[in-house]
Write a protein that binds this ligand. Structure first.
Ligand code: G4P
Length: 532
């Protein structure tokens, strides 16, 4: 059994694709499935992707899309690797879940639109990956069109994200004339052809850069430019450093086009070799080895009402060690009791299937009768072992919420607590105003609609929601001054989070800087750690 567990862990790669909407995440995911043989013809996944829609349609869309909203992970095989791609919702679906998903990934693929460079949502997600210290691989997409100069993109990564890059390959042919890539490891040119407009895999011809055939194929201009670029990269660029890559300090960079499939396979193959297998994870009981024979895992996401007819909830568990088998009983550390993991599900290339066994790196969704919370630890055998809790990520929208009917306060509090435990909303309490006022913080504005909908339908409470102009929450990590005596702008609010920690709500970046300047001992943090 031990050998089997080691074998399964060794071949697993669990990652998330982080990007700004429209950079091509859906397209790339689909192409990875195509190369993995999980789908035969590209176009099927994208066709299911809902078109742009108004936020108010969300509930309907949730019902119609069913699985696609909630397909949290896709598993497929390639060259004997077992790949888990975690979905990081974007657009209107962008929420705290998007950040939390990154807690279950062992590495990230940062997808960038070659013409647009580093965009806002990518910056936010990058920040979380950086905090975790996981390796970040960059795929520059849409190279089939006009794009920024690759050197300029490398500079942008450094200036905007503070990360240096190592191009693993280099694009040949620009501005609608993308022909192939130069592989720096093998000093080899790879030119692509075919692919039937991206529907099927492309073929390629490979050979040495000095080969006369390539000079002829590329023409003098491209060949000369490529040789110059490579020389400059070798001389002035960072050296390849696997250790730095694995610590997330250097990002390997790839160029390609998810649409035409050019560059997808070279990326996938190199990525699978470089990306880490599931690693050792820290817990209250010390290091947990993924290859140990005892099952451990943690809940990183709870999806409520996947099926409106049943009001079911699914808890998504990232397995950290051992072997999971269908129907097994594990110890629920936070609840202090044994639980049976029923209806375990896995999501294979868009289909839900019952999972018989799973290993470290895998994600399973189990039926949740209301006993799981985000960050809960499950373990076989060790009743004290707790994994580090899932942090609270920066909310960007805040609102005061009250029940329309004051007689329904009890139901209101129950609903608010439930949604907070599920991680849909963050709850703050305004202090010093004589009565208790509840402020809700959300990462994506759509979550306020979810809150309103669910309180009405599940708790029978109509809400009064008063949106606030605040955009940033900062936890006070340390300060010589009592929070109430801090010098703050008149609009800054002092609130408590659910653990009675002091949090400041700011309207803009400027008031954060002002607070820091006027109170030199004040230390603020935008992501709050939870205790073990
Ligand atoms: P997302 O999930 O990151 O939001 O992006 P998605 O894959 O949906 O891609 C967004 C748009 O970018 C799509 O065009 C898609 O076809 C296009 N795209 C993706 N990869 C490439 C690429 O490598 N090259 C080029 N030129 N375009 C790419 P759309 O017009 O919004 O949709 P569609 O009508 O093509 O489906």
């Amino acid at each position: 059994m031990q050998n089997k567990i080691s074998y399964e862990v060794e071949r697993r790669r669990t990652f998330a694709i982080i990007s700004h909407p429209d950079a091509g995440k859906t397209t790339l995911t689909e192409k990875l499935l195509l190369y993995g043989g999980a789908i035969r013809l590209a176009g099927s996944v994208k066709a299911r992707k809902a078109n742009k829609y108004a936020t108010s349609d969300w509930m309907e869309i949730e019902k119609q899309r069913g699985i696609s909203v909630t397909s949290s992970v896709l598993q497929f095989e390639y060259n004997n690797y077992c790949i888990n791609i975690l979905d990081t919702p974007g657009h209107q679906d962008f929420s705290e879940d998007t950040y939390r998903t990154l807690m279950a990934a062992d590495s990230a693929v940062m997808l960038i639109d070659g013409a647009k460079g580093v965009e806002e949502q990518t910056i936010k997600l990058f920040h979380v990956c950086k905090m975790r210290g996981i390796p970040i691989f960059t795929f520059v997409n849409k190279m089939d069109r006009a794009s920024k100069d690759p050197f300029e993109l490398m500079e942008e990564l450094e200036n905007v994200l503070g990360i240096r890059s190592y191009p693993m390959n280099w694009p040949i042919g620009t501005d609608g004339d993308f022909k192939g890539v130069y592989n720096r490891k093998l000093s080899q040119i790879e030119l692509f052809e075919g692919g039937n407009h991206g529907q099927t895999v492309v073929s390629s011809i490979k050979g040495s850069v000095d080969d006369k055939i390539f000079a002829d194929l590329l023409g003098d201009h491209y060949h000369k430019k490529l040789c110059e670029d490579i020389e400059l990269l070798d001389m002035a660029g960072d050296p390849f450093d696997k250790e730095k890559i694995l610590k997330g300090e250097l990002t390997p960079m790839f160029f390609g086009s998810a649409m035409t499939n050019f560059g997808v396979q070279p990326f996938l193959e190199e990525f699978l070799q470089l990306a880490p297998k599931p690693g050792i994870k820290m817990s209250s009981e010390g290091e947990v080895d993924p290859e140990s024979d005892k099952f451990t895992g943690f809940v990183f996401k709870i999806q409520a009402n996947m099926n409106p007819a049943h009001r079911d909830r699914i808890a998504f568990i990232r397995i950290c060690s051992g072997r999971f088998t269908r129907g097994m009983t594990v110890y629920h550390v936070q609840q202090g009791k044994e639980v049976r993991l029923s209806q375990p599900q896995q999501f294979m290339a868009q289909e839900r299937t019952i999972v018989e066994e799973a290993y470290a790196g895998d994600i399973i969704g189990v039926f949740d009768p209301g006993i799981f919370h985000i960050g809960d630890t499950l373990s076989e055998g060790n009743s004290n072992l707790r994994f580090e809790g899932i942090p609270i990520f920066p909310a960007e929208h805040f609102a005061k919420v009250t029940p329309v009917d004051t007689m329904k306060r009890k139901q209101f509090i129950k609903g608010i607590n439930q949604l907070s435990e599920e991680g849909t909303i963050q709850v703050f309490k305004q202090i010093d105003i004589g009565f208790e006022s509840i402020i809700v913080g959300v990462v994506g504005i759509l979550q306020l609609e979810v809150l309103e909908y669910r309180l009405k339908h599940e708790y029978g409470v109509d809400l009064r929601i008063q949106k606030l102009p605040h955009r940033h929450a900062r936890w006070i990590v340390s300060s010589d001054t009592e929070p109430r005596n801090l010098t703050l702008t008149s609009t800054t609010m002092i609130v408590h989070d659910q653990d009675e920690r002091y949090v400041l709500l700011f309207e803009n970046e400027w008031s954060i800087r002002w607070a820091e300047e006027k109170n030199p001992s004040l230390k603020l943090e935008d992501i709050a750690k939870r205790d073990l």
